[in-house]
Design a protein around this ligand. Structure first.
Ligand code: C2E
Ligand code: MG
Ligand code: MG
Ligand code: MG
Length: 289
């Protein structure tokens, strides 16, 4: 991949390769140079208390500000970055930038105790240097460890053993919070889950989506609500916080609150926005949900 820097030219003619494939390869080839040119940006999405609407955390979500194609979402390049291994370097950039932003918010609004939540790809979690990468980001920026949360998917942590498992424990010992992202979409081994040093479960969007504005749910028998109810109870039994993802309506927010879900994230509480808009929101103080 080192040779693919600059313009990604794929001269080999192969009728079997679709145009989409070629576009994908070109995008992948340009990722390292884009990182060097500083074309990635972070947007932040509020994670809000369902009790009082206070913004307790923000999730850092990476975007690529492409010079010709405009703002490109992570769904189009994170997978590529994982395949090529660039995710380790890109992820380190995300981590440092997120910690830098969070520390500047903390200095301006220390009482807000705003946590920044950063996604870690499986490949990063498996990287033997991950603990050092995180510790360095914290010490370089001055952000207290307890104001950093790392999100890992079920598939990234389930069955983790040996060095990667030790890394998770060492991260927790640093004081960093660990969350399971998109919980309920992967396969979770509960016996295993309870032994992980995690602090939070983020309930995957599809369960929340099933809670509809008309009060009915897709299955007409409130099945998704009952799943959320069960998962919240499970999380609380394990003494974990619960964040519901993809909260889009007032009805969903209210139902989630009555199901004792702790925090919510989604368009209802605010879309992902550039860092300065988070600062404005902090300046505005607590905001009603
Ligand atoms: P995720 O971590 O589950 O992030 C939540 C995604 O839900 C975000 O998509 C967010 O914009 C979207 N979302 C926000 N509000 C709503 C809503 O009300 N309804 C629905 N349906 N969706 C909502 P985004 O920003 O496109 O990110 C997609 C995924 O890309 C993330 O999913 C995460 O897995 C990955 N990703 C993003 N940034 C990073 C990063 O820095 N590192 C790594 N490794 N992965 C990242
Ligand atoms: Mg997206
Ligand atoms: Mg996430
Ligand atoms: Mg998620």
């Amino acid at each position: 991949w080192a040779k693919a820097e600059g313009r990604g030219r794929w001269a080999v003619y192969d009728p079997e390769r679709s145009a989409a494939d070629i576009a994908r390869s070109a995008l992948a080839a340009n990722l390292p140079a884009a990182l060097d040119r500083g074309e990635f940006v972070l947007h932040y999405q509020p994670i809000v208390s369902l009790l009082d609407g206070a913004m307790l955390a923000v999730e850092a979500l990476v975007r690529w500000q492409h010079p010709e194609l405009g703002l490109i979402g992570p769904d189009r390049f994170i997978g590529l970055a994982e395949e090529t291994g660039l995710i380790v370097r890109l992820g380190a950039w995300v981590l440092n930038q997120a910690c830098r932003d969070a520390e500047s918010w903390r200095r301006a609004y220390p009482e807000a105790k705003l946590v920044v939540s950063v996604n870690l790809a499986a490949r990063q979690a498996d990287d033997p240097a991950i603990v050092e990468t995180v510790a360095t980001a914290l010490s370089r920026t001055g952000l207290p460890a307890e104001l950093l949360q790392l999100e890992l998917t079920e598939s990234a942590v389930m069955g983790t053993a040996g060095e990667p498992l030790r890394s998770l424990h060492r991260l927790a010992e640093l004081g960093v919070r660990l969350a399971i992202d998109d919980f309920g979409t992967g396969y979770s081994n509960l016996a295993y889950l309870r032994r992980l040093p995690i602090h939070c479960l983020k309930l995957a969007g599809p369960f929340v989506e099933g809670i509809r504005a008309d009060g009915a749910d897709v299955a007409a028998d409130h099945r998704d609500e009952r799943i959320v109810d069960a998962l919240v109870r499970l999380a609380h039994a394990l003494e974990l916080w619960v964040t519901a993802e993809a909260v889009e309506t007032a009805v969903q927010a209210e139902r989630l609150r009555s199901l004792r879900c702790d925090t919510g994230q989604g368009r209802w509480f605010g879309a992902p926005v550039p860092a300065d808009q988070i600062r404005e929101r902090l300046a505005g103080g607590r905001e009603a949900a």
